[in-house]
Ligand binder design. Structure first.
Ligand SMILES: *Cc1c(COP(=O)(O)O)cnc(C)c1O
Length: 400
């Protein structure tokens, strides 16, 4: 079976998932975006512009680094780290914002909006908007404004406006609601930079494509460093963009296990988590059909995770499709195991991962037991942990 041939289809569906469930006012804007993207993605000038920015502004390619002491700790094979934490602004998010701001520029849009959870996407968006001198508005839940105050201030320093959102659980889903509301109102002059492989078509496709540079580099780097494909690629899944970017170029290489790690929060069995692929059902949220945490009457449930960037009740539609086809595996790692992994990687490797990324590391104790001594596992280090130091200190009972 060729899983990703022609996917998504012309209506934006990956099997049963995806689509454009939006108010009529946005249909024109989405069509305009799709037409522009389809034209530009095959333009050599546009591709050249994008890759130049990735190398000169973002600092790509990011290294694939052998984590020697972490590998020794588990004693079964090599653990390699894809260092997205070394990108400008400290996470994979910038790959996408650098691409989408170019789309905005080509479409002549003067005003940029975005939602943010942990604040990494807000920072990455404010950064590219500053670079092009565009007005920028970031929507962020008040709960996240509190736990990610450093990123809030970074966004303001970059000249963007932060709009705290107090509705619902005051986290990422509520910020996304507000950003969509803004877009409906200001669709003429505004470009909405969505931060993950979520939202209505063509966003899941666009965000996946821009982040696929990660997986493309992994193909070359795996050959150069260990002369074959990796046995497994592990990535955390919030909306799913860092995972999709790493997975996508490997989808047809069926000897590579693709493992997405969701936020298990207090524990899957408690219902207090952010793991829709592990414990959700299909439904519509933010313009697309996908797995979702919802109650019997379709109301979106509150989520729980120590990591603001994974604290989202939905997931990108392509992941739902990869789950149903069995091409990718989805597991959950709870708060405590992610925190343990955060400390472990920091101490053993001198690399402090984001709490989101720590969930991917948190699955290694289980995964490494399944693999032989000659195996090669890649962990996608989606971001660095500086932004989370306050959260970790608080949990460890340390006053800063
Ligand atoms: C935003 C974020 C995530 C989660 O988003 P995805 O779209 O699932 O990748 C993971 N890690 C970091 C560091 C982030 O900033």
């Amino acid at each position: 079976m060729s899983i990703n041939d022609n996917f998504p289809d012309k209506n934006g569906f990956f099997g049963d998932y995806g689509g454009k469930f939006v108010p009529e006012t946005l249909m024109y804007a989405l069509d305009e975006l799709e037409t522009t993207y389809n034209k530009l993605k095959s333009s050599p000038e546009f591709i050249d512009e994008f890759y130049k920015d990735l190398s000169h502004f973002v600092g790509r390619p990011s290294p694939l680094y052998l984590a020697k002491r972490l590998s020794d700790q588990y004693g079964s094979g090599n653990i390699w780290l894809k260092r997205e934490d070394l990108n400008h602004t400290g996470a994979h998010k910038i790959n996408n914002t650098v691409g989408q701001i170019l789309l905005a520029k080509h479409m002549g849009k003067k005003r940029i909006i975005a939602e943010t959870g942990a604040g990494q996407h807000g920072v990455a968006t404010a950064t590219v908007a500053a670079r092009l001198g565009l007005e920028c508005h970031i929507y962020m839940g008040t709960e996240d404004v509190k736990r990610q105050s450093l990123n809030v201030y970074r966004i303001k320093l970059l000249g963007a406006h932060v709009h705290p959102v107090d509705s619902g659980s005051a986290t990422l889903k509520d910020a996304l609601n507000e950003a969509l509301r803004d877009w409906v109102t200001n669709v003429e002059d505004t470009y909405y930079i969505i931060g993950s492989v979520t939202g209505p078509h063509p966003y899941p496709l666009i965000v996946r494509d821009f982040n696929s540079v990660v997986g493309q580099e992994l193909i070359t780097q795996s050959q150069a460093l260990f002369n074959r494909n990796p046995d497994a690629i592990v990535a955390c899944v919030g909306g799913g963009s860092n995972a999709m970017g790493a997975f996508y170029p490997f989808i047809e290489k069926e000897d590579v296990r693709l493992i997405g790690v969701e936020a298990g929060g207090i524990g899957l069995e408690t219902g207090e988590h952010a793991a829709p692929l592990n414990d959700g059902t299909p439904g519509v949220l933010h313009g697309a059909r996908s797995y979702l945490m919802q109650d019997e009457i379709g109301q979106v449930k509150d989520t729980k995770s120590v990591s603001a960037g994974l604290d989202y009740p939905g997931v990108g539609p392509e992941h739902s499709w990869l789950k149903d086809t069995g091409r990718a595996e989805y597991v959950a790692v709870n708060d405590n195991d992610a925190l343990r992994a955060f400390h472990e990687v920091t101490k053993l490797e001198g690399i402090m991962p984001a709490l989101e990324t720590a969930h991917a590391f948190g699955y290694l104790p289980i995964l490494m037991k399944q693999l032989g001594k000659e195996s090669n596992v890649i962990v996608n280090v989606s971001g660095r942990g500086d932004k989370d130091i306050n959260t970790v200190a608080q949990i460890d009972g340390i006053e800063l």
